[in-house]
Design a protein around this ligand. Structure first.
Ligand SMILES: [Zn+2]
Ligand SMILES: [Zn+2]
Length: 350
C-alpha cells in the first residue's frame, strides 16, 4: 500500500497525538507520588495522606492520616500522633499536589494546611502516639472540633487539657477554657455529620488496653474505615471487631467499601499473651477471613485497599519489621486482599 504525502503526514501526526495523550494520562495517574490499589484519578472518590505511619516509638512519624472526598479541599484528621512534621514530609513528597490550596499569605504552606484544610480531628483513643501531634500543635492551631467517644474525650481532658500537662485548649473541663477545640462526644453506632465536610462518621468501640475506636466514614454510597489500635476478638473476648465486620457486610449490600486502615503492630513472632491489645499478620488475616465470609458482594475486595498502619519501629539491628510483616501478610494472603503498608508522606486515592 502506498500513502500519499498528505495522508502519511496526517497519520504520523495522529500517532504523535496519541503518544502525547497516553503520556499525559500516565503522568496524571502515576504523578505526585500517589498510589492506589486500582482506582484511577477519575474514578477514585477519597484521598488519604499519611502524616505518620508508625505505632511508636519514632517521634515525628506517629499514627495520623488526613482524609477527604476528592471533590472538596477539606480534610478530617484520623488520629494525630504526628501533625506538623507529617504535613512537612507530605508537602516535600508532593502529596498535596492535587489539593486546591488556600492561599493565606500570612501563613506558610504548612500553616495553610493546618488552619484552612484540616476541619477537625477524629481521635481513636488518648494514647500519646495518637494525640501528641495535636497537643504540640494546639497553641498555633485554628479553631476546630475534636470528635471521639466519651471515654476518650474524658481521658484527654483529665490527662492533658488540665492546665498541668498542658493548657485547656477545649471548651470543657478545668477553667479557664481557651475554646479552641470544640469537644464532641460520639455515640457508638450512631451517625454524625462532620462539620465543614461532606463526610458522615459512625464510631464503633474497639478493645485495646483502653477503649479505642473504629470510624466508619461515609460519603454518598461510599465507605471507608479507620481502625484505631485493637486486639483480635479471639484474645479480647468482647466481639467488637465482629460487630463492625457484620455492620460493614450489611452496608456493602448497597454501598461500596473503598478501603480501610487497620493496624498490625508486631510480626508473627510476638507471643499471643504479649499482644497488649494489638494485631499481628496472623490475627489480621484471621479477622479479615471472617469479614470476607460475611460479605455477599465479594468482588468489592478486588478494588478495596487494606492499608496497614501502626507497625512498631524497632531498635534492633538488622531488623526491618515492615519487611517481615509484609512478607507474613503476603505468604498467607490466599483470598487476595490488596495489602499496602502506610508510608509517611504518601498520598493514596481510593
Ligand atoms: Zn498506638
Ligand atoms: Zn494504643
Amino acid at each position: 500500500m502506498q500513502l500519499d504525502k498528505k495522508t502519511f503526514v496526517g497519520s504520523q501526526l495522529k500517532q504523535i497525538c496519541i503518544c502525547i495523550f497516553l503520556l499525559l494520562v500516565s503522568c496524571r495517574l502515576f504523578g505526585g507520588q500517589s498510589q492506589s490499589p486500582t482506582p484511577t484519578e477519575t474514578d477514585a472518590i477519597f484521598e488519604l495522606v499519611t502524616l505518620g505511619d508508625a505505632g511508636g516509638i519514632q517521634d515525628g512519624n506517629l499514627s495520623a492520616f488526613l482524609f477527604r472526598v476528592l471533590s472538596e479541599p477539606n480534610y478530617i484528621a484520623l488520629d494525630a500522633g504526628t501533625v506538623i512534621n507529617g504535613i512537612n514530609v507530605s508537602l516535600a513528597n508532593n502529596a498535596f499536589k492535587y489539593l486546591e490550596l488556600n492561599k493565606d499569605k500570612k501563613l506558610s504552606l504548612t500553616g495553610n494546611i493546618l488552619h484552612h484544610h484540616i476541619k477537625g480531628y477524629l481521635i481513636s483513643h488518648a494514647h500519646l502516639d495518637h494525640v501528641a501531634g495535636l497537643l504540640i500543635a494546639a497553641p498555633d492551631d485554628s479553631n476546630k472540633p475534636i470528635y471521639a467517644l466519651k471515654s476518650v474525650n474524658q481521658t484527654m481532658q483529665d490527662s492533658y487539657f488540665n492546665w498541668k500537662a498542658w493548657p485547656n485548649f477545649t471548651n470543657r473541663g478545668i477553667q479557664p477554657h481557651l475554646n479552641k477545640y470544640q469537644v464532641i462526644d460520639l455515640v457508638p453506632q450512631q451517625g454524625l455529620s462532620l462539620k465543614n465536610t461532606q463526610l458522615k462518621v459512625t464510631a464503633f468501640s474497639l478493645s485495646h488496653s483502653v477503649e479505642s475506636t473504629a470510624f466508619v466514614i461515609e460519603y454518598q454510597n461510599n465507605l471507608f474505615v479507620y481502625f484505631g489500635d485493637t486486639g483480635p476478638d479471639e484474645m479480647e473476648k468482647q466481639g467488637n471487631l465482629a460487630a463492625i465486620w457484620q455492620y460493614l457486610a450489611k452496608q456493602m449490600q448497597t454501598k461500596t467499601l473503598r478501603g480501610l486502615v487497620i493496624e498490625v503492630s508486631f510480626d508473627n513472632q510476638q507471643p499471643d499473651n504479649q499482644l497488649f491489645g494489638h494485631l499481628t499478620p496472623k490475627w489480621l488475616l484471621s479477622e479479615l477471613t471472617y469479614f470476607y465470609s460475611l460479605v455477599e458482594q465479594k468482588q468489592q475486595f478486588q478494588s478495596m485497599g487494606v492499608i496497614i498502619s501502626h507497625i512498631k519501629y524497632s531498635l534492633e539491628s538488622g531488623l526491618d519489621p515492615r519487611d517481615k510483616i509484609q512478607q507474613e501478610l503476603q505468604q498467607k494472603n490466599t483470598l487476595g486482599f490488596n495489602f499496602m503498608l502506610a508510608k509517611q508522606g504518601q498520598r493514596i486515592i481510593l
